[in-house]
Design a protein around this ligand. Structure first.
Ligand code: SF4
Length: 582
């Protein structure tokens, strides 16, 4: 795994048969974000703006625009925790609308956990305030000399030194900004002590309890000495959207989907039943005491509806335990796995406690839970909830053993004497690939690492979708083309910044209507994003040897070959240089 960056750009490899890579989006006008790129130089405390219209026309917004900007502005050999790693915030063209499933934001940088380019997506309420600044993208470059907050409005950018907020938790930081600037947490993206200490899986928190969680972007922000960034204004661009937004919103409001009660935890028992629930640090695939952490238990603790901006689907989980006084947002299914079954914990209140601590300190619940589980495996102490609480705090402040655990499983597993349950350094999500073989292959191919949201292929294997479209869980052959299509579709969602849970509502024809372009053109946009990510990571040394799993799957190598062929990549997993980047 290429953890260590070099000092010069690496040459392209495996491009003897380069495929011409030219998305059809070039010749088709789509609905896309508008507004300049605002570049904030933290070292110099200066700003600059740049017209990125041609990029927005090609890549719509969100992850696509951020990936394209990153590909151009971040050196391939950058140190993820150095000042030259840029942190790029983007929304899509729908974040000024009233359509459900659009309360989300994108953030992109080179990950200190995986060492590759990572885009992370957070819900909550910040997307509207970001859009109200009128910028299409905001990029943080360099590093501040002292801890500070950056305030972005439609008329200026201000730098506020905040040495007194050193080690402040996420709630403390949000309270300070609210009291001193009158900006609620929905205006704020911030880090906790974990980000300041560059814990490799630190998150950036927004709206107090929503996380840009995967890949350690909180550590990137901490390395830049930025405690928080706020967005405020009244210059949101007017975007004319098709009437389909009204239909989507109505369906979200009237849906009786179980996620509206249980969120993602509605899948917990099904996953357990088909042995897709990692347990006891991945040594088992189902948890005998799953009732204690099931969706029903979470729903019992839910005390009000929870949602993101404009979303009538409202699948979020504000939970409270009256007896202990613990109040949090979640846990989602992935956290139920990481701090529940994988740590041998069968009490949902204890999982809520871990969830709340991670949100408070700014830690990704999946990576943190799995790292804690690795330690429990090493110590043969599963289910020790006092120890779990202690470890979370030690990781957040890098105290004692927490300093080592803060480096992440891939870097410390040998010292602990446990297996490396990561792909490309990113800890596994739930939806175990040993039971859902297509999802397993997708964990291996994802540029981001072992992340379920990159393809959501698990949904086609449980099945959670129409049975006519579903796949048998067994085997990988016959699935690569579908995995490519799903990865592209997810990337398209991330360009439009549409929530994953719109999948029952957003059909291809609705995408066409919404973005005013043929679906194959839109899917080309998704493919272009995956290709750019791969190309960037290839320059950092990633290749086929990184598309690996810690377990065997049937026909894995042949399916990997088929996947690369479908993508137009070489057999060593290297993508040809894109001919035109727009
Ligand atoms: S479906 Fe759920 S996660 Fe997605 S935008 Fe709506 S409330 Fe947020």
């Amino acid at each position: 795994m290429p953890f260590l960056s070099g000092t010069s750009r690496m040459p392209l490899r495996g491009t003897d048969n380069p495929q011409i890579f030219e998305p059809r989006g070039m010749v088709c006008s789509m609905i896309h974000t508008t507004g300049n790129l605002l570049e904030i130089n933290l070292s110099e405390q200066t700003t600059d703006t740049r017209d990125i219209g041609s990029i927005q026309e090609r890549f719509i917004g969100g992850r696509g625009v951020a990936t394209r900007v990153a590909h151009e502005t971040i050196a391939f050999d950058v140190d993820p925790l150095g000042p030259s790693n840029n942190l790029i915030f983007t929304t899509g063209p729908l974040q000024t609308s009233n359509m459900s499933f659009t309360g989300r934001m994108n953030c992109t940088a080179v990950s200190p956990l995986t060492n590759g380019l990572v885009s992370s997506n957070a819900g909550g309420f910040m997307s509207r305030h970001f859009a109200s600044t009128g910028y299409g993208a905001v990029q943080l470059v360099g590093a501040a000399a002292d801890l500070c907050i950056v305030h972005v409005t439609d008329s200026d950018v201000r730098f506020e030194p905040v040495p007194h907020l050193a080690d402040a938790t996420v709630p403390e930081t949000c309270a300070y900004i609210d009291e001193t600037h009158g900006l609620g947490s929905e205006h704020v993206a911030c880090i906790g002590p974990a980000g300041e200490r560059k814990v490799r899986f630190a998150s950036i928190m927004t709206s107090a309890s929503r996380a840009f969680g995967r890949g350690g972007l909180g550590a990137v922000m901490g390395a830049k000495r930025i405690k928080a960034i706020t967005f405020d204004g009244s210059s949101a661009p007017g975007v004319e959207l098709a009437d389909v937004t009204v239909d989507v919103h109505r369906e979200a409001a009237t849906s009786d989907h179980i996620m509206k009660e249980q969120g993602t935890t509605s899948v917990t028992e099904l996953a357990n039943e088909v042995e897709a629930l990692p347990t006891h640090y991945f040594s088992e695939q189902s948890f005998g005491r799953v009732e204690g952490i099931s969706g029903d238990r979470v729903a019992e603790k839910k005390y009000k509806k929870g949602t993101c901006s404009a979303c009538a689907f409202a699948c979020k989980l504000p939970t409270r335990d009256e007896e202990s006084g613990i109040e949090t947002e979640g846990p989602e299914y992935e956290t139920v796995m990481a701090f529940g079954s994988n740590c041998g914990v069968d009490d949902i209140v204890e999982v809520m406690r871990s969830n709340e601590l991670c949100d408070r300190y700014g830690l990704d619940t999946i990576s943190c839970g799995n790292t804690v589980a690795a330690y429990l495996a090493a110590e043969d102490d599963f289910g020790d909830t006092d120890l779990i609480t202690d470890l979370i705090e030690k990781i957040a402040y890098r105290e004692g053993v927490g300093d080592s655990l803060a480096e992440g499983i891939a870097r410390i597993h040998e010292g602990l004497g446990v297996d490396n349950w990561t792909v490309k350094g990113l800890d596994f999500a739930a939806h175990d690939g040993r039971a859902l073989h297509g999802q397993g292959l997708a964990y291996a191919t994802a540029n981001r690492g072992a992340d379920h949201m990159y393809s959501t292929f698990y949904a086609w294997e449980y099945p959670l979708v129409d049975s006519s479209e579903s796949f048998d869980r067994e085997g990988t052959s016959g699935k690569p083309a579908a995995i490519v299509a799903q990865e592209n579709a997810r990337a398209l969602e991330d360009c439009g910044v549409i929530c994953r849970f719109s999948r029952g509502t957003m059909s291809p024809s609705r995408f066409e209507e919404l973005f005013d372009a043929p679906y194959e053109v839109l899917m080309d946009v998704g493919a272009a994003v995956v290709h750019l990510e791969r190309h960037f990571n290839n320059q950092r040394g990633f290749d086929r040897s990184d598309d690996r799993l810690p377990y065997q799957l049937p026909d894995f190598e042949a399916s990997l070959d088929a996947y690369y062929r479908e993508r137009g990549w070489a057999a060593d997993g290297v993508a040809p240089a894109p001919r035109s980047l727009g």
